[in-house]
Design a protein around this ligand. Structure first.
Ligand SMILES: Cc1ncc(COP(=O)(O)O)c(C=O)c1O
Length: 491
């Protein structure tokens, strides 16, 4: 098969585009068998993991399918939204098949798998180790609804009008003082910008600070939310490896001019390292020398178990280099869609202008209720309970993993947060898909962490979220994962 890679972005994205074009143009016939991943890798001089990542993506989108051990085939019938115009049904409305979209939209089409759009709405198996949700059992919903109702019942003219694009004053004050108490962040309420979750903050920062083609430092592996926003604007990703302590600051690029480094210093996502002081200082010095900004995503650091709490990187910043991000997604619940950024002073006005253009702010009612929730002490009281609940789940998970896998699985990043990374070195990365299916047939959903790497490892790694499962379900789930693992590694 003749394939030409276009040289834009990561190798697996290039191969994905090339293969997809072959399928959609009809140059690969429906039902045609693809050369094996080994042959494709050899012919194109790519690693096998790169080939598998591209193929996996096309399977997820319904362009390709696997048929047991016979190989990978082009789907006999493509999903309607992928079918080229001459193959699609004639009654398809033109409004549903946009033709001329911008380069930004075209990149999005390539970067974000369709399945991610409604990711959390897709049902998992009976026991679902999905990452991204905290436990909801202890949420003081009665208090929350009382606070919302009270605010809703006496909305003043000011509260009914357009809110400040930076957030309502009450919430910005409450966040500034909470962050000072809980995370050592020092800022004035004016530096706080309330956002629709941290994803909006990431996207905003990336657009405001990076031009297409410019290099940006990204942890390897990394949070997909960073990579999506960066790839969508056409930034050049410069991966810097992480180890058990987080970002390897000694490997930060010395020569290249990077405008931004996207990092998770208090709990590296997904491997869990906590960046020590010496590396924090090295990262700040690196940014200072280059005039670069650091985007600090502090997404779950309230949940620490074996390690002492570490303050935010922002606390050490004396030069206005750090843009700090936080969110209610783990602290409370993700449908609230409220996050915040703390901006160095010179960035406040430019970022507010951007909000005026993009969305003109977050709904005021929830902001006011959240301000009352924080100021009334309910958040910190709830967090104490929530931390205990998560500690119990984490304990159950670690015990079960030790009991079922012993040294055959390596656990990373268990000291904090609501997830851990499980490395299964006996399971090659190309067996991950079959493994996931075997787990699913046993009533368990597991998720691979390999797509979180620009250069994925040769073995399978699982991102295990445990916030949403009680200890009994965790124990049973791990037992079933182990049974699936045995059946896979013995076959
Ligand atoms: C690393 C990281 N950052 C941020 C978030 C939260 O994003 P948001 O506030 O947009 O829900 C998550 C959620 O899972 C995450 O894993």
């Amino acid at each position: 098969m003749w394939l030409r890679l276009d040289g834009e972005g990561t190798l697996h994205r290039q191969l994905y585009r090339a293969l997809r074009a072959e399928v959609l143009s009809g140059r690969l016939d429906p039902g045609e068998r693809l050369p094996s991943s080994r042959i494709l890798a050899e012919e194109l001089r790519l690693s096998r993991n790169t080939v598998l990542q591209a193929v996996d993506q096309l399977i997820a989108e319904g362009c390709l399918e696997t048929r047991g051990r016979s190989g990978t085939f082009v789907m006999e019938s493509l999903p309607a939204d992928l079918r080229p115009a001459d193959l699609a049904s004639s009654n398809r409305s033109p409004a549903r098949s946009p033709r001329e979209l911008s380069r930004f939209a075209t990149r999005l089409e390539e970067i974000v798998p369709s399945a991610r759009v409604a990711w959390f709405q897709q049902p998992g198996a009976e026991i679902d180790f999905r990452y991204g949700e905290p436990a909801y059992e202890d949420l003081p919903l009665t208090t929350w609804s009382r606070l919302v109702a009270r605010r809703a019942g006496r909305l003043s003219r000011r509260a009914l009008s357009y809110p400040h694009v930076g957030g309502v004053a009450e919430l910005r004050e409450a966040i500034a003082s909470y962050l000072g108490r809980a995370r050592g962040v020092s800022c004035s309420p004016e530096q706080v910008l309330v956002t629709a979750g941290s994803q909006q903050a990431i996207d905003l920062a990336v657009r405001m600070l990076v031009d297409p083609g410019r290099p940006v430092v990204l942890e390897e592996p990394h949070y997909f939310g960073f990579a999506w926003s960066l790839a969508a604007i056409g930034a050049r990703l410069v991966p810097v490896p992480v180890d058990e302590q987080g970002l390897c600051t000694s490997q930060l690029p010395r020569v290249r001019v990077a405008r931004l480094a996207c990092v998770t210093p208090s709990h590296q996502f997904p491997r869990g390292g906590v960046l020590p002081l010496s590396r924090r200082l090295e990262l700040l010095e690196w940014a200072r020398q280059r005039g670069a900004y650091i985007l600090e995503d502090d997404y779950d650091s309230e949940f620490r178990f074996d390690v002492n709490p570490v303050a935010a990187l922002q606390m050490l910043d004396e030069d206005g280099l750090v843009i700090y991000l936080g969110t209610t997604s783990k602290l409370l619940f993700p449908s609230l869609r409220i996050g915040w950024m703390v901006l160095p002073e010179p960035l406040v006005e430019p970022f507010q202008k951007a909000r005026a253009v993009t969305d003109a702010g977050v709904p005021a009612l929830e902001q006011l209720a959240l301000a009352d929730f924080i100021e009334g002490g309910f958040l910190e009281r709830y967090l104490r309970r929530s931390r205990r609940r998560h500690a119990e789940r984490r304990e159950a998970l670690l015990d079960a993993l030790q009991h079922e896998f012993g040294p055959r699985a390596r656990v990373h990043g268990e000291a904090s947060g609501l997830h851990l990374l499980l490395a299964l070195e006996e399971l090659p990365a190309d067996a991950a898909r079959a493994f996931r299916n075997t787990c699913r047939s046993r009533g368990v959903s597991v998720y691979t962490a390999n797509p979180l790497y620009l250069d994925p490892p040769a073995h399978t790694e699982l991102l295990i979220g445990y916030g949403g499962l009680d200890p009994a379900a965790i124990r049973e789930g791990v037992r079933r994962i182990r049974a699936a693992f045995e059946s896979q590694t013995c076959s």
